[in-house]
Design a protein around this ligand. Structure first.
Ligand code: ZN
Ligand code: FE
Length: 258
């Protein structure tokens, strides 16, 4: 059985670590810092064979150089030449194999323009490493993309199987839920989720992975076609918003100022 373990880094990052069935090899996603990764691999006697990178931000790429020097792993990442140390640059639709799992690459520009996600349905439950694109009850800030590009990217992820386990990079869930509750105070699924996620944090556990079913029910950015979200967006904007992109743009602006 393949395992997926979160290595905490910085104040709220998780470096997701896939461990092969023999428990000898590991693959890390977005190692922003090499130190906690080296500590974990050493403590568990694991060799690092693969690194997956989703986008260029330092909190996702900062550990590549040191880990490469120490373990010489294959390093997969976006086409962006600015990211140093990538050994195989990937585009939409390309496939890679890690520990018998077949991952396909999905381009998801918005948070950054180079952002990619990794999806595999060769596991019992499908898995998605989505970096800073989709968060539990939220989505990444639009540093480089437009609302159009980000919404299109989220819709690509929404088309994946509903059971997909969503491995995001940051533990932003409670803050995102506070915002989601302001947007949809009457959403019952949201009220329930606030309780479950708060309980996990009280027990010092990660709220992640999430899954797409839960995101469809509680994530305002995945619910832009829902009348309650549209109404809230109109109230925030102070005028009628007609398209899904306008709804998304208004809710994103609202979150940025929340
Ligand atoms: Zn980022
Ligand atoms: Fe990040």
């Amino acid at each position: 059985m393949l395992k997926i373990h979160p290595i905490p880094a910085f104040s709220d990052n998780y470096i997701w670590t896939l461990i092969d069935a023999s428990e000898e090899r590991a693959c890390v996603v977005d190692p922003g810092d090499a130190t906690p990764v080296i500590d974990y691999l050493t403590a568990n006697n694991l060799a690092l064979t693969d690194i997956l990178i989703t986008h260029h931000h330092p909190d996702h790429t900062g550990g590549i150089a040191e880990l490469t020097q120490r373990y010489s792993p294959a390093v997969y990442g976006p086409m962006n030449e600015r990211i140093q140390g990538i050994t195989q640059r990937l585009q939409e639709g390309q496939r890679i194999e890690v520990f018998g799992l077949d991952f396909s690459v999905i381009e998801v520009p918005g948070h950054t323009l180079d952002h990619i996600a990794y999806f595999s349905d060769s596991n019992t439950t499908p898995i998605l490493f989505c970096g800073d694109t989709l968060f539990a009850a939220g989505c990444g800030r639009l540093f480089e993309g437009t609302p159009e590009t980000m919404l299109a990217s989220l819709e690509k992820l929404a088309a994946l199987p509903a059971a997909t386990q969503v491995y995001c990079t940051h533990e932003y869930t409670l803050a995102n839920l506070r915002f989601a509750s302001a947007v949809e105070p009457d959403n019952q699924d949201l009220l329930v989720r606030v309780q479950t996620e708060q309980a996990k944090r009280n027990a010092d556990k990660p709220t992640l992975p999430s899954n797409l079913t839960l995101e469809f029910a509680t994530n305002p950015f995945m619910r832009c076609a829902t009348p309650s979200i549209k109404a809230a967006a109109e109230q925030y904007a102070g005028h009628a918003v007609d398209t899904k992109v306008e709804v998304f743009a208004a809710v994103r602006r609202w979150k940025d100022n929340f």
